[in-house]
Design a protein around this ligand. Sequence first.
Ligand code: IFM
Length: 458
Amino acid sequence: MVNPFDRFLWGAATSSYQIEGAWEEDGKGESIWDRFAHTPGRIKDGKTGDVACDHYHRWKDDVALMREIGLQASRFSIAWPRILPQGRGAVHQAGLDFYGRLVDELLKSDIAPFVTLYHWDLPQSLQDKGGWPARDTVDAFVEYSDVVTRALGDRVKHWITHNEPWCASVLGQLAGVHAPGSKDADEALRSAHHLLLSHGAAVPVIRANSPDAEIGITLNLIPAVPASRSAADLDATRYYDGHINRWFLDPLYGRGYPGDMIADYRRKGFVQGEDLAFVQDGDYATMAAPCDFLGVNYYMREICRSHDVPEEENEPRLIQAPGPETRTDIGWEVYPDGLFDILYRVHSGYRPPKLYVTENGCSYGDAPDAEGRVRDERRIAYLRDHFAVAQRAVEQGVPLAGYFVWSLMDNFEWGEGYTQRFGIIWVDYETQERILKDSAHWYADFIRSTPIRLDSAG
Ligand code: IFM
């Protein structure tokens, strides 16, 4: 039988903490993002995701807006503490029911649900027991994946284990700007390892519960470009690429951690001794569990220049690309060709059977005008140019099967609070009114009329 969703899918993405609100409703447990956002000084303007877009109560209307745009797929994440308020143990049926109703409404609307199991809202009670640096959290994630995929595996045909493990480990536990907010290189590396390990350990469990589903993981990948051809800048580029891309891609595709990066991390004091103490026998095989797709989140490239001070050897300085007009409100360069570079590089270097762009989008603050219309032309140009690049990648043989705009609606942008608007739907956070921006109308027309089906099957 032909799977009705076995074609190129145009969608939009969100995540639980960023849109749901209802942070302590219906028996939900506390997450590390609840705790982090409630800690003074962590989030711009002292904002939290307590209410966010109130999607927990407005989900039906939000699905109606997706239908109006004509989305073919919706990527969203599940809040682990709604399902297992204490992280493990007693399953909370009300949490499962919420997502069950959402999935049913999407399917009724002919919108394929792409479900991310972990988009950073770890139950606080697991954090209290050590969080991702602790190996036990791997088992907890597998148990949680089992519970969710048993309940929804008959209806959900696309599972994403983790979103951007680099952010969860490095931003959360080295830079300290995301939850849980620590600054410890050893903890960050352990966390990255346990995130990847839990992905691999969960894959067979998800497959058993949802046998005809596709399973993958989503990485934030950034093409690294040298600022010059000097040996120092080329080495800085190698380092940056290793830190953000290869440290995650290599183990997922059976190569273990990159040796050059282990050496660099040892030099920087991130790793002690010869071995990575947290890697146990069999871990590399587990992490490389065969998957059906890789999700790529693409926003920008980085131009890398070496520092000349010896103690910061291999720590690249990231320099600005020319032209402030090419930046979005959050300061990221607009560089559509980087999407081609990263897709092609992953395809030729790692050969995932399928790829999805699971996030791509831009932050622009255009607000409703006197007629209540949001004329976000820059977002339209951004999406049009990136879609054209995706088209080129498909024509060059990249097995790209779908594309999710980040984001369906303006939402809580982590440490930035509500200052960055990535949505194709405007959200008035006071009234919770939603307005389809011009980009949403443009996307609707694009989906309806796109003459060329971006079909990787050829
Ligand atoms: O909002 C985030 C999302 O949660 C993960 N990827 C990047 C987006 C924009 O920063």
